[in-house]
Ligand binder design. Structure first.
Ligand code: CP
Ligand code: NVA
Length: 300
């Protein structure tokens, strides 16, 4: 494992090994064992979009591992004034031990890895969000004890979250279903790959997708960078909401996950959100453990 640019880059074994290490690091933290596995290592964190969880979990994660994290916003970096990523990558590679990037185009993350010489971690692009899905898979296994015979259902926009969840489900052997409006399907090439490798359903029908699901997942209707499409999207996604009726279609003991931030009354009702808050905030906590595991694998 050299980088984490997208989940598809990890073999099933590598993915499970990250999750196992994440469980161990969570246990150690809960029991006051401080493992400074990355003592003296430096991580750059480039943010071209807002963040609460990703920024704070990476920064505290590096601190807890004995390393140091630098927050680099595109408002301050020369990248924001047009310095090419190829040059930024070659410069930062001489100062840092690794870099995490949150940006728009997947190509930017791939280019950084191509031109730089340090590990690159994708902290969200328009295409995917691998760090989030590692935490999600960790949460599913914690709650359900296994991935075997599980069905994960995503309701909403087929973009970064849905793409990564589809790959993560297939890699761990879960069935995956997505209900989305026409024109908002997940990436076509990824869907073809996932359908050949696993059990995947893409439908317009929310109830069909949610039927007997063990995990119900949703995400905002308008992602970062799509603010201008907000009204259009609110209209397009009406009906694609996780609510009590959808939960009745899922298994009785189904869990609800949300990457956050959440918009109550849009993709999820306030009632369902609060009923499942325990799972959702554990999922948010697991970002820290899962990313510490990724950092250990890549930077040690
Ligand atoms: N889920 C997630 O990535 O949250 P942030 O945008 O707050 O980092
Ligand atoms: N789809 C959302 C995920 C946020 C974590 C976005 O890209 O804004």
């Amino acid at each position: 494992m050299k980088h984490l640019l997208k989940l598809g880059d990890l073999s099933r074994e590598e993915l499970l090994s990250v999750l196992n290490l994440a469980d161990q690091l969570k246990y150690e933290r809960r029991n006051g064992i401080r493992g400074e596995y990355l003592k003296g290592k430096k991580l750059g964190m480039i943010f071209q979009k807002s963040s609460t969880r990703t920024r704070v979990s990476f920064e505290t994660g590096m601190y807890e591992l004995g390393g140091y994290a630098l927050f680099l916003s595109n408002r301050d970096l020369q990248i924001g004034r047009g310095e090419p990523v190829q040059d930024t990558a070659r410069v930062l590679s001489r100062y840092l031990d690794g870099v995490m990037i949150r940006t728009f185009e997947q190509k930017e993350v791939e280019d950084f890895a191509k031109y730089g010489s340090i590990p690159v971690i994708n902290g969200l692009t328009d295409y995917c969000h691998p760090c989030q899905v590692l935490a999600d898979l960790m949460t599913v296994r914690e709650r359900k004890g296994t991935f075997r015979d599980l069905k994960l259902c995503f309701i909403g926009d087929g973009n970064n979250m849905a793409n990564s969840l589809m790959v993560g489900s297939v890699k761990t052997g879960m069935r995956f279903s997505i209900a989305c409006p026409k024109g908002y399907e997940p990436d076509r090439a990824l869907t073809e790959w996932a359908s050949a490798e696993g059990d995947v359903l893409v439908t317009r029908d929310v109830m069909e997708a949610a039927k007997d699901a063990d995990v119900i997942y949703t995400d905002v209707w308008a992602s970062m960078g799509q603010e201008e499409e907000r009204t259009l999207r609110i209209n397009a996604f009406r009906g694609y909401q996780v609510n009590a009726e959808v939960m009745r279609a899922a298994k009785k003991d189904a869990i609800v996950l949300h990457c956050l931030p959440a918009h109550r009354g849009e993709e999820i009702t306030a009632d369902v959100f609060e009923e499942h808050a325990e799972e959702i905030f554990e999922e948010a906590e697991n970002r820290l453990h899962a990313q510490k595991a990724v950092l250990c694998k890549l930077l040690k």
